[in-house]
Design a protein around this ligand. Structure first.
Ligand code: GLU
Length: 358
């Protein structure tokens, strides 16, 4: 009798144990599935000593090692990594962009995938973010993340940035916000964010317009929404593209001459973003070259080297010369939009409309 009681008690306890394990497994399975696409950069960088913050080798560490270094990630998402490239983002190319965009679209079309995180060097992270913001065809979260200190550094910022990025990609609040950047406990929108400092961890800012939200204890909080069209509301589709049109940036300065503009045209540029002074002002030595380029079918967009503010049709002459206005996109982002615009049309009114919309 006594033995039987013990048998029943042990059986019940065993069943309870199995039940708890089952619930636990179920909870695990209910975690969002996040794919991490790795492209390299400082977040995957390695230095000979932990006090070395510059002069290290970027893109040394592969994605699985980065994920393994932050076990806490697994509390918030089922993550798996995929290596798209392992380069410094100063070497980013259209080829890697197209591969990244196509893979991101493929993954997000899978109902089992809830979001994508992309690890990236910080130098051109803003351009990749804006490119993806215009070509990803999904409402699901896409979050770019990098680091300013190599993975081997004392107080490396990569692990916490990666954890935040995964939590953001796993969060319902990030859906429909366009491509996001998670760095330094802040959430920025792809269109407005830019790298503002060569070395500080607080380098990513959206000058004037501000970030969309921030992380508190790793939890993302949003306070603003992006107003410009993005992701699945854009007209751009890279599915069948194998290359992007060549667009060059010409940066004005005192005593500018026309040599670089002529060289860009001779090299086959289909568009030129002119990083003008002030409100996209053009040097009188450069203007005839831009007019000649425009007459040959090269699309000219005026932008500004100031880093802030809007470029509008500020001169009747430049408008008459058919130069377009880059709104408040910085030159490198105006270049991205012009590349994509040229995949659709060369009609100037249409391209100006795109600059007003995106
Ligand atoms: N130049 C490298 C890159 O953009 C390192 C910069 C960084 O990731 O912070 O990948």
């Amino acid at each position: 009798m006594f033995k039987r009681k013990w048998f029943i008690l042990l059986t019940v306890m065993y069943m309870l144990f199995i039940g708890v394990q089952g619930v636990h497994a179920l909870e695990q399975n209910q975690l969002p599935n996040i794919k991490i696409l790795a492209t390299g950069g400082t977040i995957a960088g390695s230095a000979p000593t932990n006090t070395k913050m510059t002069g290290y080798t970027v893109g040394e560490i592969r994605i699985q090692t980065l994920i393994n270094a932050v076990p806490a990630i697994r509390q918030y998402a089922n993550v798996s990594g995929e290596q798209i490239a392992n380069i410094g983002s100063n070497d980013m190319t259209d080829e890697v962009w197209l591969k990244l965009a196509k893979r991101t679209n493929e993954l997000l079309a899978d109902p089992k995938i809830n979001g994508v995180v992309i690890t990236h060097g910080t130098d051109t992270l803003e351009e990749t973010a804006y490119f993806l913001n215009l070509v990803v065809k999904s409402d699901k979260p896409v979050v770019l993340v990098g680091a300013m200190r190599p993975a081997t550094a004392i107080s490396a910022d990569g692990p916490v940035n990666l954890l935040n990025a995964v939590r953001l990609a796993a969060s319902k609040s990030a859906a429909g916000q366009g491509v996001l950047v998670a760095m330094n406990d802040e959430i920025n929108g792809a269109r407005d964010v830019t790298k503002t400092n060569t070395s500080h961890v607080s380098t990513f800012k959206a000058p004037e317009l501000g970030y969309l939200g921030y992380f508190n204890d790793g939890e993302p909080y949003f306070y603003r929404k992006v107003t410009r069209k993005h992701t699945k509301d854009t007209e751009f589709d890279v599915r069948n593209l194998t290359e992007l049109p060549d667009v060059e940036i010409i940066y004005t300065h005192v005593n500018e001459n026309r040599a670089l503009i002529d060289a860009a045209v001779a090299a086959g540029a289909r568009g030129i973003v002119y990083a003008g002074s002030g409100m996209g002002s053009i040097h009188r030595n450069a203007e005839p070259a831009l007019v000649d380029a425009q007459k040959k079918g090269v699309v000219i967009v005026r932008s500004s080297r100031t880093g802030n503010g809007i470029v509008t049709p500020s001169s009747a002459q430049w408008t008459a010369e058919h130069f377009l206005d880059g709104d408040n996109l910085n030159p490198q982002k105006a270049r991205v939009l012009l590349q994509l615009a040229l995949t659709k049309t060369t009609d100037l009114a249409e391209i100006q409309r795109m600059f007003n919309e995106y």
